[in-house]
Each structure stands twice: as structure tokens, then as C-alpha cells.
Design a protein around this ligand. Structure first.
Ligand SMILES: Nc1ncnc2c1ncn2[C@@H]1O[C@H](COP(=O)(O)OP(=O)(O)O)[C@@H](O)[C@H]1O
Ligand SMILES: [Mg+2]
Length: 263
């Protein structure tokens, strides 16, 4: 284990000069700079919303920060420990997977539950994959917390979208990760289910000290966060603490103005 950044333990996530390009696609010819020199630090126990136009690099940012993808350049640290550092030999795929399984949780827009597994089985999957002991009582407690204590034996196709996403949140919580990444977790949900999901994410931060990073298009969803980080063309484009839905909508409307006018 590389532990030479122990002084940053109160930081859940740090990115330093992270760049990610995608190779030329035949039709376009040019390289796509999905992330362009991103430097960012998030304190432990905070809830951050990431917003920006489609294609601005939000998902790439989450994937690189979560170790689902490797940046071309730069440093990613989770919990004071290097996940990727372009100046060192890369971690093996196995080491990266192990790090990811213990330190981060990921919630996707389309739930990504396994259809043949029950609610309980889907929830404990990360523990099984990591070869960790399963504490049944703890799993039931987590599923009760997300309002699914009476659904342990149901399969995903017997659940609503909101319920499926709550299973996905339980699955992300079960390993007690430092950082939970959520990529448009309410994008497919009705208003009420979305609110349930947002409250659960906020509760994970408030009551359990988790750090949440959530991509969203919705100013109301963003208002559940402690701060919004805006992204435009793969670059950071502003930060809004204590966001209200109105303030977020206002910022989004003007995002990229300074880029367009060359200011
Ligand atoms: N696997 C990939 N291959 C090629 N280009 C990609 C890939 N993933 C993302 N991109 C490109 O990178 C840019 C950022 O994408 P993405 O991070 O998905 O943006 P967002 O989530 O903000 O919509 C876009 O131009 C997108 O087309
Ligand atoms: Mg995306």
C-alpha cells in the first residue's frame, strides 16, 4: 500500500491536473479532450453536485475519480491514497478493482442491478465479490433504511424504478465506502422517487459521514448538495456553495458565457 499522503486523510477525494482524452474517432478525426487539467479537492463528509452541458465530461470525471477509467495524466487520491498517479507505474487492473471495491460505491442512472438476483443478493454482491463476510443483520438494516426491509426476496422486475434505485444505493452503502459516486441517479425517476433517493444520499453524508459526488441535470436535485461544481468543455467552470434551485438554474443559463465571449 502506498501511504505517503497520510496528511490528506480529511480529504475524501483529490484530483490533481487530471486529463483524459479519447482517441480520434474515424468520423471526426480529432482527439476529444473529455477532461482538461482538472484539479479538485473534496473534504470528507460533503455532498457535491456536478453539473454541466451534455458532453462536458461529467461521467468521465466520475469514472476517472472512481477508478472505473484511467486518466491519461494526473493524480487521483481517494481517502489520502493514490488511486492513479501518471508519474508512477500504473496499478494492476486487479489492484485497481480491489481498491474500488473497498473505497468507492457507484450508483448509475439505470440501476445496473442483476435481474436474476433478489434485492438482498444484489445488495451483498460487492461484499461477495470482495470476499468479505456478510453480516445479515447489517444488510437487513441497510435495506430497512432505504425502505425495502420487506422486499428482501423480490427481484428487480418486481420493483418500481425508485425502489430499484434504492437497492442500488443500498448496494453502494454496504461496503461502507469513503466516496459514493452517483451518475444522474434520479434521471429516470419521477419527482417523488427522486426526492427519496436524494434524501438517502444526503442522509449517507449527514448521518454516516460518507462523501457523495452526484452528477445531475436537475437544479432541484443539485439543491440537496452542499455545493455545486460546474463543468464545461472538460474544465471546471465555477463553484456554487449552499445552492438553491434558482441560483443553480441561473448559473446554468450563463455557463460558458465567459468562454464564448473570450473573457
Ligand atoms: N468511450 C468514449 N470514447 C470516445 N469518446 C468518449 C467516450 N466517452 C466519452 N466520450 C466523449 O468525451 C466527452 C465527455 O463525455 P462524458 O463524460 O460522457 O460527458 P457528460 O457525462 O458530461 O455528458 C464527450 O465529447 C464524449 O463524446
Ligand atoms: Mg454523462
Amino acid at each position: 500500500m502506498r501511504t505517503d499522503h497520510a496528511h490528506t486523510r480529511t480529504e475524501a477525494l483529490r484530483l490533481v491536473k487530471v486529463t483524459k482524452t479519447y482517441g480520434p474517432r474515424a468520423a471526426e478525426g480529432a482527439t476529444i479532450r473529455a477532461l482538461d487539467d482538472i484539479t479538485l479537492a473534496l473534504p470528507t463528509g460533503t455532498f457535491t453536485a456536478v453539473m454541466g452541458p451534455s458532453g462536458s465530461g461529467k461521467s468521465t470525471l466520475l469514472h476517472c475519480a472512481a477508478g472505473l477509467d484511467r486518466p491519461d495524466n494526473g493524480l487521483v487520491m481517494v481517502d489520502g491514497e493514490e488511486l492513479t498517479d501518471s508519474t508512477r507505474a500504473p496499478r494492476s487492473e486487479a489492484a485497481l478493482t480491489k481498491f474500488r471495491r473497498t473505497r468507492v460505491g457507484f450508483v448509475f442512472q439505470q440501476y445496473n442491478l442483476l435481474p436474476t438476483l433478489t434485492v438482498a443478493q444484489n445488495t451483498i454482491l460487492p461484499l461477495k465479490l470482495a470476499g468479505r463476510r456478510v453480516n445479515r443483520a447489517r444488510v437487513e438494516e441497510i435495506l430497512t433504511q432505504v425502505g425495502l426491509g420487506d422486499r428482501l426476496g423480490h427481484r428487480p422486475d418486481q420493483l418500481s424504478g425508485g425502489q430499484r434505485q434504492r437497492v442500488a444505493i443500498a448496494r453502494a452503502l454496504v461496503t461502507e465506502p469513503s466516496v459514493i459516486f452517483a451518475d444522474e441517479p434520479t434521471g429516470a425517476l419521477d419527482t417523488r422517487s427522486a426526492r427519496d433517493v436524494l434524501r438517502l444520499l444526503r442522509e449517507a453524508v449527514r448521518a454516516h459521514g460518507r462523501t457523495v459526488v452526484m452528477v445531475t441535470h436537475d437544479p432541484v436535485a443539485a439543491s440537496y448538495a452542499d455545493a455545486v461544481q460546474f463543468l464545461a468543455d472538460g474544465r471546471l467552470a465555477g463553484h456554487l456553495p449552499a445552492p438553491t434551485a434558482d441560483a443553480v438554474a441561473e448559473r446554468l443559463a450563463h455557463l460558458g458565457d465567459d468562454v464564448r465571449t473570450g473573457a
